[in-house]
Write a protein of this length. Structure first.
Length: 359
C-alpha cells in the first residue's frame, strides 16, 4: 500500500486546512504560492505571509464587482495588499457584512498579466470548504516551500474539483415514515471525502418506469426549524406526502445547504437580506454565483439507485435540464407549489424573476 496521498486526499486536507486558517501550497509551472483563506486569517499568519513577499488577495468577479475592482482574469480579481493593511482590511474586502456601514475606500487596483491559476484554485477550494471565496496568496521560492503544508498542483486541483464526484453506497435501512411505513433511507458517500447525501425511497418503485422524484437541497432553517423565509420545509413534507399517497417515489436529500454555499454563508446572505438585498444580490455580494449547486450528483444518485426516468417534483427548470444532460430522462414536471407566505413571497418572486423558477 502506498502511503503517498492521492489528489482527492490532498484536496480534502486543503479544504480542512483553509477552514482552520492553515496555509496550503499551490504550484503552477514551477512556481509556488502560499495560500490562506481570508475568512480565517489571523494577525500572526498575516505578518508571517507579509514577511515572505507582497501578498495579493484573490476575489471572485462577483465580489470584485461590488468593490469596483477590475477582474482582469475574467472570473476573478487579484488585488495587491496595500502596505500596512491588517487582518481587518482583508476581512472587509472578503466579507460584505459592513459594506454599507463602512464602504471600502477605493479604488482597489487589480493586478493583470501572469497566471491566475493558483488564485483560481484557492478560490475554488474556499468554496468547496464552504467559507468565503477569498484567499491571500504570496509567491515563495522553491527552497522555502514548507514541507509540513498540504501541496497541490493548481491545474490538477481545479480539474478534479470540476469533476462530478463518484459515490459509493454506504448503507441503507428501513425507516417507517408518517407518510408511508414502506420507507427506506440510503446513505451515499463521495470518494473525495466531501459531503454525504441521502436518498429516501418510498415503496419499491419499478426501475423500468419513470419514478416520482424530488431533488431536495438541504435547508437547516426551513426543513428543521420551520423558517418562514423560504418554502423548503413545506416542499420537503409536500413531496414526501405525495410519494406516500402514490405509494412510491424517491426523494434525494442533497447536502447542498444554501444553494451550495453552506450554512454560515447562507446566514451571511440572510444578514445582507436584512440590509435590503434580495437572495441573488446577497449571494453576489458574498462572491458567489446565484446557485452553486452541482445537480450532476442528483442524476448520479438516481442512476446508482437504478432509475433512468423521472417525474420530477420541482419549479426549477435548471434541475430538469441538468438531469436530462446527465442521463435521466424527465418525462414530466410535477409542480410543487406549497408554503408561500407573506414573509417568503418576495424571495419566491425573486427566484421566478431572476433564476427562471416557474410560478
Ligand atoms: N444562498 C441562499 N440559499 C437559500 C436561500 N433561501 C433558501 N436557500 C437554499 O436554497 C435551497 C432551496 O432548494 P430547493 O427548494 O431544492 O431548490 P429550488 O431551486 O428552489 O427548486 P425547487 O424547489 O425544486 O423548485 C436550499 O439549499 C436552501 O438552503 C437564500 O436566501 N440564499
Ligand atoms: Zn429553505
Amino acid at each position: 500500500m502506498s502511503l503517498i496521498l492521492t489528489l482527492d486526499e490532498e484536496i480534502a486536507r486543503a479544504r480542512a486546512d483553509l477552514r482552520m486558517g492553515v496555509g496550503i501550497v499551490l504550484s503552477d509551472a514551477g512556481r509556488h504560492f502560499l495560500a490562506l483563506a481570508a475568512e480565517t486569517l489571523g494577525a500572526d499568519r498575516l505578518s508571517a505571509i507579509c514577511a515572505l513577499g507582497r501578498p495579493v488577495i484573490a476575489l471572485t468577479a462577483r465580489r470584485a464587482a461590488t468593490l469596483k475592482a477590475v477582474p482582469y482574469d475574467a472570473d476573478l480579481a487579484r488585488i495587491p495588499l496595500p502596505p500596512g493593511a491588517g487582518p481587518d482590511w482583508v476581512k472587509a474586502v472578503a466579507d460584505p457584512a459592513d459594506d454599507l456601514r463602512k464602504p471600502m475606500k477605493g479604488p482597489l487596483k487589480s493586478e493583470r498579466g501572469g497566471s491566475a491559476l493558483p488564485h483560481r484554485a484557492a478560490i475554488h477550494l474556499c468554496k468547496a470548504a464552504r467559507i468565503l471565496p477569498a484567499a491571500l496568496l504570496v509567491e515563495i521560492a522553491p527552497g522555502d516551500v514548507p514541507a509540513a503544508l498540504t501541496r497541490l498542483d493548481a491545474a490538477a486541483a481545479l480539474a478534479r474539483i470540476a469533476r462530478a464526484p463518484v459515490f459509493g453506497p454506504v448503507i441503507s435501512a428501513r425507516v417507517p415514515l408518517a407518510v408511508s411505513e414502506a420507507g427506506r433511507v440510503h446513505v451515499f458517500r463521495p470518494e473525495d471525502g466531501g459531503e454525504e447525501h441521502y436518498a429516501v425511497e418510498i415503496g419499491t418503485p419499478d426501475r423500468a418506469r419513470p419514478v416520482l422524484a424530488r431533488l431536495h437541497s438541504a435547508c437547516f432553517t426551513g426543513d428543521l426549524l420551520g423558517s418562514l423565509k423560504c418554502d423548503c420545509g413545506p416542499q420537503l413534507r409536500g413531496a414526501l406526502a405525495q410519494m406516500g399517497a402514490e405509494g412510491e417515489g424517491v426523494l434525494l436529500y442533497l447536502n447542498q445547504e444554501g444553494r451550495g454555499i453552506g450554512l454560515a454563508n447562507k446566514m451571511r446572505a440572510y444578514s445582507l437580506q436584512d440590509q435590503g438585498f434580495d437572495t441573488v444580490e446577497a449571494n453576489h455580494r458574498l462572491g458567489f454565483e446565484d446557485d452553486e449547486r452541482d445537480f450532476r450528483l442528483g442524476a448520479q444518485l438516481l442512476r446508482t439507485l437504478g432509475f433512468s426516468k423521472a417525474r420530477l417534483m420541482t419549479n426549477n427548470p435548471n434541475k430538469m435540464k441538468m438531469l436530462a444532460a446527465n442521463g435521466i430522462e424527465v418525462t414530466e414536471r410535477v409542480a410543487l407549489k406549497v408554503g408561500r407566505n407573506p414573509l417568503n413571497a418576495a424571495y419566491l418572486d425573486t427566484k421566478a424573476a431572476k433564476s427562471g423558477h416557474l410560478l
